[in-house]
Design a protein around this ligand. Structure first.
Ligand code: RIB
Length: 289
């Protein structure tokens, strides 16, 4: 089944430094890398590299043409990536020597997607297809509602955490994707037990991930690697996992492939460009078998 991804497209400026700056501190970066990012674009690239069919719904500014071209080169359908006069979204990313990051987001054109444009893109979708969305664009609630009405399944990556968006989109969600911190924030912001009926994919960084649904809880471990940059690891995991699920793979191999893809991704600098191809993931899994 196809995946329609209402997703952010960012230009990531990644600055490398010994440690993340404390409030009031000035640090000189040792390097700067500019590349394709945005949770949406990263997830679309991961789906495409995993072999999935992905239609990206997004918006870029006048200077962002190269971002969409890069996505198209990977096989992402960009027919519904529009252009606006607002600059392309960007992220200022600090990465320290331990591969941890801190991100400042400028949403830019990602917030110029109209509900009408999202609904029009979904008019091509068939029942059983997936809508994937995050919290970095406009039109999320309207798209989720329209997707449900058309018989699509909705996968909602509730990042960056926004309690209002979660409250509005959760009723239309079939699969919720969060990291450990977001899951705790969600549970604290919602009435007790509100999350229990929703299937959840929860990532725990180097401690792996969990699949939770009513009556079932399973963990998948992470592969041991030496990370250089963890930016986009969760996006890689989710993109690979959803591509597997949409292709009808049983949950276990889908999660294992996702875990291997994320393990490879963190050994490389950058976000989208660091995501491995399906062949590399297969080779990695064969080596670790
Ligand atoms: O999840 C990582 C992504 O978050 C980065 O690529 C950045 O653009 C922000 O959207």
């Amino acid at each position: 089944m196809a995946i329609y991804n209402l997703g952010s497209i960012n230009i990531d400026h990644t600055y490398r430094m010994a440690h993340l700056p404390a409030p009031g501190e000035t640090i000189a970066a040792s390097s700067l890398l500019t590349g394709l990012g945005g949770k949406g674009a990263n997830q679309s690239i991961a789906i495409a590299r995993a072999g999935g069919a992905v239609f990206h719904i997004g918006c870029i500014g006048p200077e962002g043409g190269w971002t969409a071209e890069r996505m198209a080169a990977d096989g992402v359908d960009i027919a519904h990536v529009s252009k606006s006069a607002t600059p392309t979204g960007h992220a200022i990313i600090a990465v320290d020597d331990g591969a941890e990051n801190a991100i400042i987001l400028f949403p830019g054109a990602n917030r110029q997607i109209s509900p009408g444009a999202a609904q029009e893109a979904l008019a091509r979708a068939a029942p059983g297809d997936w809508l994937l969305l995050q919290n970095e664009t406009s039109a999320g609630v309207e798209a989720a509602r329209a997707a449900r009405a058309r018989g699509l399944r909705v996968c909602y990556c509730a990042a960056p955490f926004d309690p209002e968006a979660v409250r509005a989109i959760l009723p239309f969600t079939d699969l919720l994707s969060v990291n450990e911190l977001e899951e705790a924030q969600l549970a604290a912001g919602l009435p007790e037990g509100a999350l229990d009926p929703v299937a959840r994919l929860v990532t725990y960084g180097k401690r792996g991930a969990a699949w939770r649904e009513p009556g079932r809880e399973e963990r998948v471990g992470a592969f041991e690697v030496t990370p250089v940059d963890t930016t986009g690891a969760g996006d890689t995991f989710l993109g690979y996992a959803l591509a597997g699920i949409a292709a009808g793979l049983p949950l276990d191999p889908a999660r294992r492939r996702a875990s291997a893809a994320a393990a490879i991704q963190v050994t490389r600098p950058g976000a989208a460009e660091a995501i491995p191809q399906a062949r590399e993931v297969a080779d990695f899994l064969a080596d670790r078998a």
